[in-house]
Ligand binder design. Structure first.
Ligand SMILES: [Mg+2]
Length: 210
């Protein structure tokens, strides 16, 4: 039995990485535009629906910025994200999973091509219900995506004030990270199986035939 416990078959698992705010600086750019237009000084928001946190005269109009041509293409990428994704690609299949808003799709694809050309466009998934995807890991700042992700798999919260309430869910434990170096550290310490711990499929078959 001891021998069996040590045997693991190599299999590439799938990581879904959210685009907006997890990978790009959407919230910073969004607030800069809003603060300028509405003479406000909002630095961050702690309710998921940002329309409830901006001035009433703005309200749902805050979402109009997202539909402007080139808005998403001009966003910057979070520090160290490219290097960490490069590292994760050695061990996992990487998918960009992002909300579907028709006006933004081409911008988002071009943004990924610009910053992370190693990611094939076919691995960019536009979907509003991410729980439908068969992923092993999901890295996301959206509380609704974290809460609905398969509880048998691993959801990793990208820290934002509006997702802090998740920590008080007595039935769930999630990993929480606040930058891309922490994502790398988490996978190194918890989720990457070192080659020395692996037994190849051929070795396993040989062992089982003995
Ligand atoms: Mg997001």
């Amino acid at each position: 039995m001891g021998k069996f416990c040590n045997i693991l078959i190599m299999a590439r698992k799938k990581i879904g990485i959210d685009l907006d705010t997890t990978l790009n600086n959407l919230n910073d750019e969004w607030l800069d535009r809003y603060n300028l237009d509405y003479n406000d000084n909002l630095k961050q928001w702690d309710c998921w629906n940002v329309a409830d946190c901006v001035k009433p005269e703005c309200g749902k109009k805050i979402f109009n910025y997202l539909k402007e041509p080139n808005f998403f293409f001009k966003l910057s990428i979070r520090k160290n994200a490219v290097e960490v994704i490069d590292f994760l690609m050695e061990y996992f299949d990487i998918y960009i999973v992002t909300a579907y808003l028709p006006e933004t799709c081409l911008d988002k694809v071009n943004w990924v091509k610009k910053f992370i050309p190693k990611i094939n466009s076919e691995n960019i998934i536009f979907i509003n219900n991410k729980s439908l995807l068969d992923l092993d890991f999901l890295i996301d700042d959206g509380p609704h995506n974290i809460q609905t992700f398969n509880p048998l798999k691993t959801a990793i919260i990208y820290d934002m004030p509006y997702n802090h309430f998740l920590d008080y869910d007595a039935f769930q434990t999630w990993d929480r990270v606040s930058n891309w170096n922490e994502i790398k550290q988490l996978f190194e310490e918890k989720y990457i199986i070192k080659e020395s711990e692996l037994v190849s499929r051929d070795k396993l078959l040989t062992f089982l035939q003995q």
